[in-house]
Write a protein that binds this ligand. Sequence first.
Ligand code: FAD
Length: 281
Amino acid sequence: MSQDRRFSFEFFPTKTDAGHEKLMNTARHLATFNPDFFSCTYGAGGSTRDRTINTVLQLESEVHVPAAPHLSCVGDSKSDLRGLLEQYKAAGIKRIVALRGDLPSGMGMASGELRYANDLVSFIREETGSHFHIEVAAYPEMHPQARNFEDDISNFVRKAHAGADSAITQYFFNADSYFRFVERVQAAGVTLPIVPGIMPITNYSKLARFSDACGAEIPRWIRKQLEAYGDDVHSIQAFGEQVISEMCERLLDGGAPGLHFYTLNQSEPSLAIWNNLKLPR
Ligand code: FAD
């Protein structure tokens, strides 16, 4: 892929064989676009531990694209985390997305020996030195639990100082929020690449639910237009594709160092944007 920009696709591990087969087919299709890496989410507290490991190893061995497991620290002991790091290192995995995670409801209070993502980043560095390229999460519209924007920026900076190499953002629909975030982080002396996380719009009710939970704001004009389409899936997708393609174009023109697509295990919505942007194959 390009020397100075990077493009990646994220998957989630599935519970069924049919879901897993679909994920692998999606990955094979996306691999033909020569992305820099794939990533695979991890259920906080270890709920997807084996499925995340298997998916990542299979993406590497069968699809031949570097794969990065997500790893979260809430609900996992240091010894669990150490075991995972050793396993990934032995398998030749070179990149990890390090997160605090959110325990699924019903799993009780946050437990585990490491409290925040910066603790996990420090732990990975202590255990494995410079073996892994460490990605962390960034929130251009502020993490929903942060006390205020300043605090959230300081906490992001803490992750950089702990040894993160680059960051992937929560998704957003307003390019200005990304540029403002990057400016604030750079003003704090941190220059690591912050790659926008891109969520294609394909289904309004799911998107609204996700966005409420993770604190991503759907601008009023987008919300109103999507609501007006009702059940007209075709119009929702066409409008979504246009809005997100235009935003991505602005992000890349404005200096974003690449794009990370939240695929939800589907190739077409991300590829439609990819093709609109005329990204290289
Ligand atoms: P942190 O950086 O630890 O921040 C969490 C909150 O604590 C923030 O409000 C922050 O301001 C505050 N904070 C941070 N450090 C400190 C400190 N030292 N002292 C006081 N306050 C602090 N979740 C999953 O469960 N599995 C996944 O695979 C997954 N993948 C993701 C991928 C991306 C790219 C993104 C953006 C998110 C992902 N998430 C995933 C969601 C993420 O786990 C949640 O958003 C979680 O609530 C915060 O994780 P974090 O790593 O950003 O936490």
